[in-house]
Design a protein around this ligand. Structure first.
Ligand code: CA
Ligand code: CA
Length: 462
């Protein structure tokens, strides 16, 4: 399944590259008003080949928009106006536009129209796991160990030490998983599977009026339905969920940083990745739940990345910031210094972001992990991380376990830490939780000069 997914990505990227073969060349826009020279889109990022996102200036009327779409060689595919945009006084939202030509040409042409505030690609994001490691059995959960636990590993998150003083989380703390779907029926996750308190299951009615019918375990923005778990292809989301909150102390499987927590899911990564348009809806989905249902949603876990800067996505992350939701994000798996060639979304400057690099069980920076002195905050266990997975057995989907590596796996250790801190410090603001996480790191040689704190996650005092 993983191989198929990767192959499809490579194939897709090839298509995009072919479609943008004029990159770096001077583009001649066939527009009657102007001829512009300079390409504005780098072909190095994956993007939906025939779509752009357009934000019009306030008050632009529909007929004018239609005219602009026509001039751009496109038509409105979807108007996106989330409840959160409306709440901010935005009456127009953003427009997803289908175009007949290349993204680069359409974006260049868009600069001709003063009615347009900005136009940008609909990027495609991928989850940030790198590989499946061999199956682990005994002593495999090193990311949860501390120097005084048994078994011990000083480079683990020290979660075991927090558990030793009965700090194991709380079912009053909610976490949003923005990823693939996750297996909420998994034997080691079901007890921590949160359900939208404003929604009545299977009555065909959008009871909480958030725009999504029967969104009980969350919403699938990729498939546009309420089935967030679709089978073994949702392995990455399920793995992430287990690191945050697999049930502990139940003599089964693994344990998350929080033994008790409430998980909700905004699935936007499908078999071909996820788009900017759907990422925005996913982020706003949780912001809206916290705003209108007073859900004690502390953080979202974002183990995905790709694409270039998106104003529309950054705006959505900022809306989450205004209601105190931490946006905990993977630093990315290019094995690169991303201080200047920023990795998104972890590299946006929003105050609610915690960007996470990966370390291995010997305390080294994982070979795949990105780092950046001001844009990555800390390191956490991300190599050979054992967690929950959906597994196919005799034609059925059953509870399984396995080991993955990636900044995707480091990130949920930090998200779990945020939930753990919130469970023992009720009412703590996002700022305070972030300060607690960054302020308690253990200085680590491999992270010195590679991230803001120069240290690794340590929840022993949480
Ligand atoms: Ca609903
Ligand atoms: Ca367990």
């Amino acid at each position: 399944m993983k191989k198929l997914k990767l192959l499809s990505v490579v194939f897709f990227a090839g298509l995009i590259f072919a479609g943008c073969s004029q990159k770096e060349d001077q583009l001649q826009v066939q527009d009657d008003s102007l001829t512009l020279k300079s390409a504005s889109v780098k072909a190095e990022y994956d993007m939906v080949p025939n779509e752009i996102i357009v934000k019009f200036k306030e008050g632009t009327d529909a007929s004018k928009k239609a005219l602009v779409f026509e001039k751009l060689g496109g038509k409105l595919k979807e108007k996106i106006l989330t409840k959160m945009m409306e709440k901010q006084g935005d009456k127009d939202g953003i427009d997803l536009v289908s175009i007949s030509g290349t993204v680069a040409n359409a974006l260049l042409a868009a600069k001709n129209y003063p009615e347009i505030e900005y136009a940008e690609p609909n990027y495609i994001y991928q989850h940030t796991a790198t590989s499946n490691d061999p199956y682990y059995t005994n002593g495999s959960l090193w990311g949860m160990y501390g120097d005084a636990t048994s078994p011990a590993n000083q480079y683990g998150s020290q979660a075991g030490e927090a558990w030793a003083v009965d700090h194991t989380g709380s079912n009053t703390v909610w976490i949003g998983i923005i990823d693939e779907g996750y297996m909420y029926t998994h034997e080691d996750l079901a007890a921590n599977a949160g359900t939208n308190p404003g929604e009545i299951a299977s009555d065909g009615i959008d009871n909480d009026n958030n725009g999504y019918v029967d969104d009980v375990y969350g919403w699938d923005f990729d498939g546009n339905n309420n089935t967030v778990f679709d089978g073994t292809s949702d392995d990455h989301g399920t793995h992430v969920a287990g690191t945050i909150g697999a049930v502990g102390g139940n003599s089964k499987g693994v344990a998350g940083v929080c033994w008790t927590v409430k998980l909700l899911n905004a699935k936007f990564l499908g078999s071909a990745g996820g788009t900017t348009a759907n990422a925005i809806k996913a982020v706003d989905y949780f912001t809206d739940l916290k705003t209108r249902h007073s859900l004690n949603l502390v953080a979202t876990n974002n183990s995905w990345g790709g694409g270039g800067f998106s104003q529309a996505l950054q705006d959505a992350i900022e809306r989450a910031n205004t209601v105190g939701i931490l946006f905990i994000a993977a630093a990315g798996n290019d094995g690169a210094d991303t201080e200047t060639s920023t990795s998104y979304p972890s590299g946006y400057p929003n105050a609610n972001i915690i960007a996470v690099a990966s370390i291995d069980s010997k305390g080294a920076l994982s070979s795949f992990s990105n780092y950046a002195i001001t844009k990555v905050d800390l390191g956490a266990p991300g190599s050979a991380i054992y967690s929950t997975l959906p597994k196919k057995s005799k034609g059925k989907i059953v509870s399984g376990y396995g080991s993955y590596s990636g900044t995707s796996m480091a990130t949920p250790h930090v998200t779990g830490a945020a939930a753990l801190y919130a469970s023992t410090h009720s009412g703590a603001t996002a700022n305070l939780i972030k300060d607690a996480i960054l302020g308690s790191v253990v200085p680590t040689a491999s992270l010195s000069g590679k991230c803001v704190t120069g240290g690794r996650l340590n929840v022993s005092g949480f």
